[in-house]
Design a binder for this molecule. Structure first.
Ligand SMILES: [Zn+2]
Length: 279
């Protein structure tokens, strides 16, 4: 039984500052502290997966700023199978395929525009106001779930702040979640005790895997409409130049995908939305 985990940092238990996730200096104490929190929390999740009978746990360092070097390597559970971007563009994730039993997300944050979501965003903090899939507001949890469902893989479990857990209950009511903290504003939160949270994560992810009534994957039938509202017009000006991209509004563009996995691939000079087989 293979579990595939995508990690992020904003929703980790010990994280309550921007610099812990984003300090550009690799050696900054705040960022190193953030990496330690990430590693400890991944280890708790991985332990829970093996407790529940997983035979392999594949882990993607999904926080862009980390450039795949977020884990403190010598403290990461050696049973982890590291996975990476397999190809780009279009973006394909290594090892997320029909062999996988379930998807989990650790340290995840709520979608852009969530009240009291700690560093809530979708893809690019401060630059994207809203991201929609078939007209419904969505965040990174939904994107990953859409991608995984292509292979029949369901979203089983997420951990993150209370706002993320609320988003999970609303959009993926059958997935289990563990709250790590309560956001009180975009850059403020009340942390829950990290050690206690990690115990909960280990217990809850194991419960999500052990369930006999695991949720079904939420498959979307193509064509799928993607829309992005930027914070200002300039990125929309740029994207609207790509063939297949429609301009809905000064700040808003949309396009159609026919392969759910393309949910992670953004129109640019190297990739334009495929024309697809639907008129
Ligand atoms: Zn992140």
């Amino acid at each position: 039984m293979i579990i595939w985990i995508c990690t992020d940092m904003e929703g980790l238990a010990g994280i309550d500052r921007w610099e812990q996730c984003y300090d550009p200096d690799d050696d900054s104490p705040a960022y190193l502290y953030g990496r330690e929190q990430l590693t400890a929390e991944v280890n708790a999740a991985v332990a829970g997966c093996f407790d529940a009978g997983a035979t392999e746990v594949r882990v993607l360092d999904g926080h862009g700023r980390n450039r795949n070097r977020g884990f403190v390597e010598d403290r990461l559970d050696p049973r982890v199978t590291r996975v990476f971007v397999e190809s780009y563009p279009p973006t394909r994730w290594e090892g997320l395929n029909a062999e996988v039993t379930g998807l989990a997300m650790i340290g995840q944050h709520a979608m852009a525009g969530t009240l009291n979501g700690f560093i809530d965003h979708t893809q690019q903090p401060k630059e994207i106001c809203r991201y929609l899939i078939n007209g419904q507001e969505a965040g990174e949890m939904s994107q990953m779930a859409v991608y995984a469902a292509f292979y029949g893989v369901p979203l089983l479990y997420v951990s993150g702040d209370e706002a993320l857990c609320e988003e999970a209950r609303r959009l993926f009511p059958q997935a289990l979640s563990t709250p790590t903290k309560r956001g009180t504003g975009w850059l403020s939160c009340d942390l829950y005790p990290p050690e206690r949270v990690r115990e909960n994560i280990r217990r809850d992810i194991a419960a999500a895997i052990r369930r006999t009534d695991r949720p079904a994957p939420v498959k979307l039938e193509p064509p799928i409409e993607i829309a992005v509202e930027w914070a200002w017009s300039e990125p929309a000006d740029r994207m609207a130049k790509v063939e297949g991209v429609r301009r809905l509004h000064a700040r808003t563009v949309s396009w159609t995908i026919y392969d759910p996995r393309d949910v992670f691939t953004w129109p640019n000079a190297h990739w334009s939305p495929p024309k697809g087989d639907h008129p």
